[in-house]
Design a protein around this ligand. Structure first.
Ligand code: KG4
Ligand code: ZN
Length: 338
């Protein structure tokens, strides 16, 4: 079964053709990131406008690269939540019109479910159940993936997402948006023991995260140094900060894997590209005899292939929509409601 999939929840306009949820026939991404950098973050209005401009071209390229036409497609999948509402609406309306005109089923996909499904494309043997740490620019969740379309949230961030926290710390050090990647790279050359950052504790849930205290601590350190003229070693700041964020992510994930008896752990989302997170989780899973799956770097960030992968399983579960489908800026991963 061939699915034509769309992703437009943030600043990537993406289309892909995916076969049977596992094989990428094509994956095309256009991004407004360079333009967004001028503003230090994603301006929703700009993202929506660029989606409107790029989406037809991206679709034509995805079909051509897969060597198919719309007639060969069996269903149309699209990210319908969560994300920037104006950005989502461009993808949803485009997918809806295309599905209607071509007489194909329309499959709405939850963006975070898509991030998890990126792993199905790279690891054909991977099947639920497993425990997943989803870390992106807007979300940080520990989720029990009970089957392809049933999820249970075990832990979540109480404030900032991990990616947001990386981006804000990076911005305070003058790195361009999104700074997570640059911070990770500079951290590779720094000493993670040079600066002591707090270990935020969350009352009431041992699996929830809190990153805002850590973010404030790094910003205070940088501002204080600026005011007093003290020279900080940014590589050491990055390494120490990254170490704390990764430690929190890994500790809670492994605690949840122990408590809920999961021997397969999966990483997903943009932050799963983080070098230290990948190293640390590899070591922890090896030491505890667990199988770890991570998306290849090319599938960590936003793309439409992952939406095509999840779209296949949603279609198989009967989760299709009609032309009244709307987009939603927020929606829990475990309770999708189209
Ligand atoms: O999943 P994603 O592409 O978009 C959302 O759905 O939010 O995640 C983007 C986030 C950004 O915050 C970006 O800085 C972060 O992922 N990110 C990283 C790395 N690569 C991307 N954070 C830390 N280390 C990285 N290597
Ligand atoms: Zn994403």
């Amino acid at each position: 079964m061939k699915i034509l999939a769309f992703e437009s929840s943030c600043d990537e306009t993406a289309a892909a053709v995916v076969e049977d949820g596992r094989t990428v026939l094509s994956s095309v991404i256009a991004s407004s990131l360079e333009e967004q950098r001028l503003y230090g973050g994603v301006v929703p209005e700009i993202a929506s406008r660029r989606h409107a401009e790029y989406i037809s071209d991206v679709t034509e390229q995805a079909l051509a690269q897969a060597g198919v036409t719309v007639a060969d497609i069996d269903a149309v999948a699209v990210t319908a939540a969560p994300g920037l509402i104006g950005a989502l609406l461009v993808g949803v309306n485009y997918a809806k019109s295309l599905a209607y005109a071509a007489g194909k089923p329309l499959v709405p996909v939850h963006h975070l479910r898509g991030h998890i499904a990126a792993n199905y494309l790279a690891h054909t043997e991977l099947k639920p159940p497993f425990l997943c740490l989803i870390v992106s620019g807007g979300h940080s969740h520990i989720v029990a993936v009970e089957d392809y379309t049933h999820f249970r949230v075990i832990g979540r961030t109480r404030d900032d997402a991990a990616g947001e926290c990386f981006d804000k710390a990076a911005r305070a050090m003058g790195m361009p948006y999104p700074g997570g990647v640059a911070l990770d790279k500079l951290a590779e050359t720094g000493d993670p023991t040079a600066y002591k950052f707090p270990r935020p504790h969350v009352d009431g849930s041992e699996y929830d995260f809190s990153f805002s205290g850590l973010k404030t601590a790094v910003i205070n350190l940088l501002h204080h140094a600026e005011q007093t003229g003290e020279a900080l070693n940014h590589a050491d700041v990055c390494a120490s900060f990254r170490d704390r964020v990764v430690e929190m992510l890994c500790t809670n994930t492994m605690k949840a894997a122990d408590a809920f008896g999961y021997d397969t752990v999966v990483l997903a989302g943009g932050v799963s590209a983080n070098a230290e997170l990948r190293r640390r989780m590899t070591a922890l899973c090896e030491a505890s005899g667990r199988q770890l799956y991570m998306p290849p770097l090319s599938l960590c960030g936003d793309n439409a292939a992952m939406i095509g992968a999840q779209g296949y399983y949603e279609f198989m579960a009967g989760n299709v929509a009609d032309t009244s489908l709307n987009a939603a800026p927020t929606m829990p991963i475990d309770k999708v409601d189209w």
